[in-house]
Design a protein around this ligand. Structure first.
Ligand SMILES: O=C(O)[C@H]1NCC[C@@H]1O
Length: 344
């Protein structure tokens, strides 16, 4: 074997959104907490993210997770999330992939009909309830860390659009939330390219014009996502709404987005439109769905917060070894602006 690095990868997706899970080959990652390990990966081991996510091995719509033993006494396992332009503190679709892979590949024991897990994400502990049948995880319900609104109804200036009203909300990642219809969108897959162009402009403008700092961890990244919110309708007892999250560097989340759904719950609650225990069915641009509820209320620094619970399903699509040949000219991968919007 002549490979410089061999990673054991389980390909997975949650409601359409990729979440590769790296189960071996990374080696030791120093750090007491998963946030410490996230910082070490970002500052000393970023080649792994580039090998896995950049071309020619990855693609702009891929995400990855490194599963690692946790030092937290309550945690069954830990994970660090790798995305194409950042290491988020938390990700809903990726957490669903991690839980599914840990149970379906036997890294952790599965108990049917329900397996409870405690996973340490960089954002903190995530309690997960997996429904399991015949060796398959059929639903992953995760209780996220608290979500809260930094800015409500703020005005920003966006080139080509003038003044745009946005809400800035933290749900594990930080979102500029906008009304899709006000910008001429119905959140149809045919609008995806335009959603990305506009979404990128909006998040850059918001990040420049509105300050955010997580009260408990100032190192958590600021505004990196735009969430286009569709109208809300009622289906029986549930609220239903479509959304599209534009993830950097400019692509649509294929799932309803777990951290974006958490942000939506916090915003709806702040506006008095949802109460704890009520259900929000959040739909993605492709029509896939997460079931979302507020499990409780909390306070994060000076902010009123909600404790979001998000449920969806993930499916494994492949198990393989990804190898890095020492003569491969693309050791660190590359990006091309046709799909990445930027080049590295
Ligand atoms: O579900 C989520 O939270 C996310 N999906 C990909 C980008 C975000 O991390």
């Amino acid at each position: 074997m002549r490979f410089k690095k061999v990673l054991s990868v389980v390909d997975c997706h949650a409601e359409g959104e990729s979440g590769k899970v790296i189960v071996g080959g990374v080696g030791q990652v120093p750090g007491k907490t998963m946030f410490d390990k996230r910082v070490h990966l970002e500052t000393h081991m970023d080649d792994i993210r580039k090998i896995v996510l950049f071309e020619p091995r990855g693609a702009v719509w891929h995400n990855a997770n490194i599963v690692l033993p946790s030092n937290h006494p309550e945690a069954d396992f830990g994970y660090v999330i790798l995305e194409t332009t950042e290491y988020p503190a938390m990700s809903g679709s990726n957490t669903m992939c991690v839980a599914t892979v840990l149970l379906e590949t036997g890294i952790l024991p599965m108990q049917e009909p329900v397996t409870h897990l405690v996973l340490e994400s960089p954002a903190g502990l995530i309690r997960v309830r997996c429904e399991c049948a015949d060796g398959k995880v059929t639903s992953v319900r995760l209780v996220n860390q608290p979500a809260f609104c930094y800015h409500l109804g703020s005005s920003i200036e966006v080139e080509g659009f003038g003044t745009v009203r946005v809400d800035i909300v933290y749900g594990g990642m930080t979102y500029a939330m906008v009304d899709a219809a006000a910008l001429g969108f119905s959140i149809d897959p045919s609008e995806a390219r335009d959603l990305c162009e506009v979404g990128q402009k909006l998040k850059f403008a918001a990040a420049e014009q509105l300050a955010v700092e997580h009260p408990e961890n100032p190192a958590i990244p600021g505004i990196t996502n735009t969430e286009f919110m569709g109208p809300i309708r009622r289906e029986n007892d549930a609220l239903v709404s479509k959304n599209c999250v534009v993830v950097s560097p400019g692509r649509c989340d294929r799932s309803p987005c777990g951290t974006g759904s958490s942000a939506r719950l916090a915003l709806l609650h702040a506006k008095g439109l949802i109460a704890p225990g009520e259900t929000l069915i959040h739909e993605s641009i492709t029509g896939s769905r997460f079931t979302c509820t507020i499990d409780g209320l909390a306070k994060v620094g000076k902010y009123n917060a909600v404790i979001p619970a998000i449920a969806g399903q993930a499916w494994i699509t492949g198990l393989y070894q990804m190898g890095l040949d020492p003569t491969d000219p693309y050791q660190q991968g590359f990006t091309v602006a046709d799909t990445w919007m930027t080049t590295v």
